[in-house]
Design a protein around this ligand. Structure first.
Ligand code: WT7
Length: 635
């Protein structure tokens, strides 16, 4: 039932999932350990007052399903393989039994430190086993984990900690990234100056980097672990209790805390993981995404562990010590399923081909892609040089809000065509909507991508602001979940994702709101106003192009230009982090605005894309001349 093995199965299951979703998902859910079974399978479907519920009335703990459930059969099987940043550092392997013990011990440390069911715990950690263990330990005691990617700045941490009203943080001394060590605890310290709610900070000793420990607030994890029990009962959670918060950018300035709950997310993570990747018992599976993003949550951690699989965690980067590092790791650990992002593929494509050809890669069986549309060139390179022409590629479309993969090939079963995500998974009913909200029927059509009907992994709320969740996803087209993407259904009914239709930029598979970056830029003392747009970037997919008006007009000397630009970049790094640094900055005397004061982003986008010939009608602008200046000064 819960495993599709042939194309015929796919069609049968798809039909069943749409005609009788309750029966379909109940059958999938039967495989898990429950403290109490559900009263109803689906409820509250996209209603204006509330979100969906799944398996309401049930009680469970997801960690029993990730760990305890496997101990009898798979106690000595590897759960986690950890490959450190530096290949000269020894890798680490944890069996299910060892992982179970370590999660229980960490859970006991959390309890000892006052963490209770429902408390929010923010994790700001490198990609090391302790991050996975901490996530699971939170879930074990019923605390809500909020992982913040360890590339975000102190301000970004503070915003998230305050929004979540978190009282506990787990962090590390520093992280290793390529040849560098980057301090982590000191960033947390800076953030905590702005976070009155935080009572306790647990610190993992990872690199030995010196840190300040604040008396009464900070404790070393290794000290706390001394003598704690090796078992810890799993807290029974209601199906709809929150499991985690993960912040993501939208079209307003403030990131929102996407909330996923226990039972639906669990069933969805497991179902999508096993079916999309067609996982078998002896697979070694590697998802390169950091656990700080949803891909790392669902397919680096929960999905593989729910399935009793072996998942590889990698602390490093694709280019250190050489651009063959990914391929070296695949050969070293006999990785069979590899899941990465188009931006990583494109950056490696740009290096000498020997970097990949000198590895055998013979263990590989299935390849995956996620984060943005994979362009045909990258698809073919991935297929030919990594998969040696024999591994199906799954181009998986989904979002932080969908909890798991929505549209994708099932490896080797449903069609995998370059630049197409493909067919929807069972349980997913994609539609294309016209501007007026009507459904566009038939193939070879384009529209706004929306999802009809609920699925187990759908976003439940945005933390602390349910109204925002309703407004963003369920109000634009009543009865549908609105994705914010545009899509095309090709002549064969396969979906091709075109990209965002809102003010969101996708940089290297990570989402940033233009308003969010503008807010950051405007923190610079040099800046009066700014407008940010995305433009096509060879490696990142989209780059960030910022038009900025400086106080005192456009600087005239090189040194003043440099100062202004440095200050703008510094502001973005401080407010969001290095990952949101503008690629291009153009200092301008004005922005193209309508008479009502609205910035005409369409024009700015065209200029950034280099399409300066076809700017369309500019006569309605307050000051049409500013467009000539912008075109002339294009970066
Ligand atoms: C947005 C979601 C969920 C995975 C990581 C990103 C874009 C994601 C694909 C794909 C085309 C894709 C969409 C989506 N996107 N995967 N396979 N093909 N576009 O998660 O940060 O929540 O971003 O990423 O635009 O809306 P996210």
């Amino acid at each position: 039932m819960s495993r599709v093995r042939t194309l015929e199965d796919y069609h049968t299951d798809y039909r069943h999932s749409v005609e009788d979703p309750d029966a379909f998902w109940a059958a999938c859910a039967e495989e898990f350990t429950w403290h109490k079974k559900w009263d109803s399978v689906r409820g509250g479907e996209f209603s204006p007052a509330g979100a969906s519920t799944w398996f309401a009335g049930a009680e469970l703990n997801i960690t029993e399903n990730c760990l305890d459930r496997h101990l009898a059969q798979r106690g000595n099987k590897l759960a986690i393989i950890f490959e450190p940043n530096d290949p000269r550092t020894r890798h680490l392997r944890l069996t299910y039994r060892e992982l179970h013990t370590q999660v229980c011990q960490m859970a006991n440390v959390l309890k000892k430190n006052g963490v209770r069911k429902g408390d929010r715990v923010v994790l700001y950690l490198p990609m090391i086993p302790q991050l996975a263990i901490a996530v699971l330990a939170c879930a074990r005691v019923g605390a809500v984990h909020g992982v913040v990617f360890a590339g975000f700045s102190a301000h970004a941490i503070a915003d998230r900690v305050n929004d979540a009203q978190a009282e506990f943080i787990i962090t590390a001394d520093a992280l290793e990234r390529g040849a560098k060590q980057i301090p982590v605890k000191s960033v947390v310290d800076e953030a905590l100056a702005l976070c009155p709610s935080v009572r306790r900070v647990l610190v993992v000793e990872h690199t030995g980097w010196p840190v300040d420990m604040r008396e009464g607030r900070d404790a070393w994890l290794h000290d706390e672990l001394v003598g704690v029990e090796k078992t810890c009962p799993a807290e029974p959670m209601a199906a709809e209790d929150p499991l985690f918060i993960l912040y993501t950018s939208g079209s307003t300035g403030k990131p929102k805390g996407v909330v996923h709950s226990q039972a639906g997310y669990m069933v969805w993570a497991d179902y999508t993981f096993r079916n999309v990747f067609q996982v078998e018992e002896n697979d070694v599976y590697w998802c390169t995404a950091d656990i700080g993003w949803v891909t790392g949550h669902t397919y680096g951690l929960y999905g593989p562990l729910l399935a009793g699989g072996t998942t590889l965690l990698f602390e490093g980067v694709p280019t250190f010590p050489s651009a063959g590092r990914f391929w070296e790791v695949i050969d070293k650990h006999h990785v069979t399923i590899f899941y990465t992002a188009p931006t990583a593929i494109r950056s490696l494509m740009a290096t000498p081909i020997d970097n990949v050809l000198s590895y055998s890669l013979s263990s590989l069986r299935v390849l995956g892609s996620v984060g943005e549309p994979i362009n045909e060139e990258a698809w073919h390179w991935y297929h030919q040089h990594v998969g040696k022409g024999r591994c199906p590629i799954v181009d998986t479309w989904w979002q932080t809000e969908t909890g798991g993969i929505m549209i994708s090939a099932l490896a080797g079963i449903t069609p995998s065509v370059p630049a197409r995500a493909g067919l929807p998974l069972p349980g997913v009913q994609p539609v294309l909507l016209a501007q007026d909200g009507s459904e566009i029927e038939g193939n070879d059509q384009e529209g706004y991508l929306a999802i009809k009907g609920s699925w187990p992994g759908v976003i439940r709320t945005t933390w602390g602001d349910h109204e925002r969740c309703q407004q963003t996803y369920f109000t634009p087209y009543p009865g549908y979940y609105f994705t914010g993407d545009g899509a095309r259904r090709d002549e064969n009914g396969l979906y091709r994702i075109i990209g965002r239709v809102d003010d969101v930029i996708n940089v290297s598979g990570h989402r940033f709101g233009t308003a969010e970056i503008e807010n950051a830029i405007n923190q610079s003392e040099y800046v009066i106003e700014s407008a940010v747009v995305g433009y096509p970037h060879d490696v990142k997919g989209q780059g960030i192009y910022a038009y900025v008006i400086c106080a005192g007009g456009v600087p005239t000397t090189d040194i003043d230009v440099q100062r202004a630009e440095a200050s703008i970049i510094e502001a973005v790094v401080a407010e969001i982090g290095r990952i949101a640094k503008p690629d291009k900055i153009q200092l301008v005397s004005g922005l193209p605005k309508t008479r009502s004061g609205k910035i005409m982003r369409r024009i700015l986008r065209k200029v950034a894309e280099g399409e300066t010939q076809a700017l369309g009608d500019t006569t309605t602008l307050l000051d049409p001349l500013v467009v000539d200046e912008i075109v002339a000064g294009r970066k």
